[in-house]
Design a protein around this ligand. Structure first.
Ligand code: GRF
Length: 219
């Protein structure tokens, strides 16, 4: 990208510690992701993720201070729209977004989920992978649609389950891979290679009939 071209603008939604946001910021700072974080948005005003960006880029509010789920998501959506994002990036955002929010940003709304979707939608994925006797687990980046964790999957990383794994040990290895996976997909997004069309993911103009399987070194 030339120095004068405007950078793709990322709005990032977080609820927790923000290690994926940290990986995105690191990729930008190291020059491997040509994009700009223009806002970080949270339903948990005290979450660590917010501290990763300057106060001027932070927005947070408590859902309990709003009359309804719809009111909160409308306020969140207005705040996100206000920073004019090209991509809205859910990175450990732990609230279900209502359909009005999803439709507002549809096609440029991404999420990272700690499983090999469509396996283990929802919560507690590491524990459920172990209980199911899965030999492989991992993480997926997908377009967000109103149905939870059900949008078109763009890319995945596989993490083999090891004997003696606990939910914690498995989560650590999966998250280390997430920190490679999300920046890679955002590179595709930021360089105009990624689109959602008719509920499918498209990369370089071609439908991804199956998610791209990516491999990264263990870190
Ligand atoms: C990640 O495991 C992500 O897959 C899931 O929530 C976790 C967020 O972690 N959606 P962090 O806040 O990015 O550290």
């Amino acid at each position: 990208m030339s120095a004068s071209a405007p950078l793709p603008r990322l709005a990032v939604l977080c609820s927790g510690r923000g290690s994926n946001l940290g990986a995105i910021i690191k990729a930008i700072d190291s020059g491997t992701l040509d994009a700009e974080v223009v806002g970080v948005f949270s339903d948990r005003p005290k979450c660590a993720a917010l501290q990763l960006v300057p106060a001027t880029l932070r927005w947070s509010a408590k859902p309990g201070d709003f009359a309804s789920r719809g009111d909160f998501d409308l306020a969140l959506g207005d705040a996100v729209a206000n920073v004019r994002p090209h991509w809205v990036v859910c990175a450990g955002y732990m609230r279900i977004l209502d359909s009005a929010f999803v439709e507002r940003f549809r096609g440029r709304l991404l999420n990272i989920h700690p499983s090999l979707l469509p396996r283990h939608r929802g919560l507690d994925t590491h524990q459920r992978a172990l209980e199911s006797g899965d030999r492989e687990h991992g993480a997926s980046v997908h377009f967000v649609i109103p149905e939870l964790d059900a949008g078109a999957v763009i890319a995945q990383v596989v993490v083999p389950v090891q004997p003696g794994d606990t939910p914690q040990s498995l989560a650590e290895r999966v998250q280390a891979q997430e920190h490679h996976l999300y920046p890679e997909v955002l590179r595709w997004a930021a360089s105009g290679r990624l689109h959602e069309h008719d509920a499918t993911a498209m990369l370089d103009g071609h439908t991804l009939f199956t998610p791209r399987q990516l491999e990264f070194p263990e870190s």
